[in-house]
Every structure is written in C-alpha cells, then in structure tokens.
Design a binder for this molecule. Structure first.
Ligand SMILES: Cc1cc2nc3c(=O)[nH]c(=O)nc-3n(C[C@H](O)[C@H](O)[C@H](O)COP(=O)(O)OP(=O)(O)OC[C@H]3O[C@@H](n4cnc5c(N)ncnc54)[C@H](O)[C@@H]3O)c2cc1C
Length: 268
C-alpha cells in the first residue's frame, strides 16, 4: 500500500491577528503548526500501513521552513517527506496549489503506484476545502470528503468503504482505489510521537522538489496560475453580549417588556 498525505503548515489559529490597516494576516512571530486535520490524515495513513504494510509519503507545497512540518509528520510515523518549494510557486491560489500537488503525486505514482491520497477536510487558515477535491479532479480519481471512519480496506479487491460525516448523520460509501479522502478529526486520535520516531525525525533529511522536478507548466503555477482575486480580508465585528435578566419572574417579565419596548420590538 502506498498512501500520500498532503499536509499544510499553518499559523497557530489561536494566535492569528489581522492588521486592520492592511487587511492582511499578521504572520510575524506567529508559531506555525501542522494543519490539525492533516495530522488525522497522517494518523489514518500510518494505521493502514501498520495493518497492511507499504509506505506513507507526506508532501507539502510551501516555503523552505515548511520542512519542519514535514519532520513532525515523520515523527508521527510517515516514512518519507517531500517539500515542494520554488519561487515560482509563490502566490498560489487553490487552483495552482492543487496543480502542484497533483503533479508531485503523479511523479510519486510513477516511482511507486499510489493507492490512497489523503488531505485534511480543510486548512484552518485558508479554509476553502478546495485543495483535496482539486487534486482528485486533476488526477481523475474519485474523492470522498469528510471521512470520519474507514470501515474496510481491501488491496486485493481494490475497494475501500468509509463513513462520511454529514450534518444530518453519517453516510457509508465505497470506492475503488486509487481514491482521495479528505478527513475530519472524528476519524481517529492522533498518537504522541514515540522517542525513536522523534530521533528519526530529527535526523531525517526532507527531499526537496522544485517546479522542474515535477515538470510543472509555468503558466499553471504561482500567481500566473491563480485566477482568484482576494478583494478584502477582515475580522467579522465582535458580537455584543446578549442581555441577561435574572430575579423573580414578575420583575424579569416587567424588565423584558421594557427592554423590548425600548428596542422597538414591541409597541405600546
Ligand atoms: C491570489 C492568491 C494568492 C495567494 N498567495 C499565497 C502565498 O503567497 N502564500 C501562501 O501561503 N498562501 C497564499 N494564498 C493562499 C493559498 O492559496 C491557500 O492557502 C492554498 O491554496 C490552500 O487553500 P486552503 O488554505 O483554503 O486549503 P484547503 O483547501 O482548505 O485545504 C484542504 C487540505 O488540502 C491540503 N493542502 C492545502 N494546502 C496545501 C499545501 N500548500 N501543501 C500540501 N497540502 C495542502 C491539506 O491537506 C489541507 O487540509 C493565496 C491565495 C490567493 C487567492
């Protein structure tokens, strides 16, 4: 079994701020983490490898410092990590990002056929949830989104049966391999890295591929390959706390009616 997991390095969401003057994310001094959903994707791939054998390859497109995020995934049990980095990739929207990732998966597939591609259900910074389906569309393979359980996996019949987390319940679906899965945090519990895997991660040399390594069409990468225009980015205004009334019922009722009259919800 060969599983490829796409992971993204994101700013720690608890510390993200937006510059009110420039309307851009303030990234300086913000620690980076692996997108939390992607850790569940790595865990799922590692669990399948433990059961069925094979390899787990993690890939990311990002600046050179994204190698740290890949190393964290090696500590989580991935076998190999590839950083897709090139000045030409800068300014990529989801269309260009999914193109670069799909080109890298094609190259990996030529080296060792890929059965499964995993992504998180969304990235906590960009939040579009478009990259996973975008990769699948480019590779021409089925995509199963919002996966919360893997019911069965059979390399001989080349079938996988999974549960999808929907708002109104769960849906059980089957697909033929190769397939791309986007995963939710309900899928599994992410393990703590063991000491030997942390040591291996510390020594591990991440492989680096640039635009030529993945035979990327220059017109489909970076800003040139990105038709999306971000017209504005802003924090939604903070909601005011609601009015809380407490006390004996007749007093609360009187106060409530008064408030509703004052706000024009009721007329006298
Ligand atoms: C015009 C434009 C310019 C931009 N320029 C930049 C820029 O210069 N630098 C920058 O960092 N961002 C830039 N962005 C943001 C960038 O497009 C998105 O962060 C990226 O395409 C992923 O989209 P998302 O965050 O919504 O991911 P989602 O679609 O929500 O992610 C879903 C899953 O896809 C996978 N995934 C997503 N991104 C990657 C990745 N890079 N590598 C591996 N797996 C991934 C992960 O598994 C993730 O869980 C730009 C966006 C636009 C519109």
């Amino acid at each position: 079994m060969h599983a490829v997991v796409c992971i993204k390095q994101v700013p720690d969401a608890t510390e993200v701020r937006i510059d009110p003057k420039t309307n851009t994310l303030v990234r300086e001094g913000i620690p980076s983490i692996v997108n939390p959903y992607d850790l569940h994707a790595v865990e799922a791939a590692v669990q399948l490898r433990e059961k069925y054998g094979g390899r787990v390859t993690v890939i990311t497109m990002g600046p050179p410092q994204a190698a740290e995020a890949l190393q964290k995934c090696i500590a989580q049990g991935a076998d190999e990590a590839i950083l897709l980095t090139d000045r030409g990739f800068a300014g990529a929207d989801t269309l260009a990002t999914s193109y670069v990732l799909a080109q890298a998966i094609r190259k990996l597939n030529a080296e060792n056929p890929v059965d499964l591609v995993f992504t998180g259900k969304q990235a906590i910074d960009g939040d579009t949830a478009q990259v996973g389906p975008g990769i699948a569309a480019r590779l021409g393979i089925p995509v199963l989104t919002y996966i919360c359980a893997i019911r069965s996996f059979n390399l001989e019949t080349r079938e996988i049966v999974v549960e999808r987390l929907l708002e109104e319940g769960r849906e059980v679906v089957a697909a033929r391999l190769p397939v791309l899965l986007t995963v939710t945090k309900e899928l599994n519990e992410v393990r703590y890295a063991s000491l030997p895997s942390m040591l291996r991660a510390a020594r591990y040399q991440v492989r680096t591929w640039n635009k030529d390594d993945i035979e990327a069409d220059p017109k489909q990468i970076g800003l040139k390959g990105s038709p999306t225009i971000v017209s504005r980015i802003f924090s939604p205004p903070q909601r005011q706390a609601g009015l809380q009334l407490a006390g004996p019922a007749p007093e609360v009722a009187r106060e409530l009616v008064e408030q509703l009259l004052q706000r024009g919800v009721l007329t006298a």
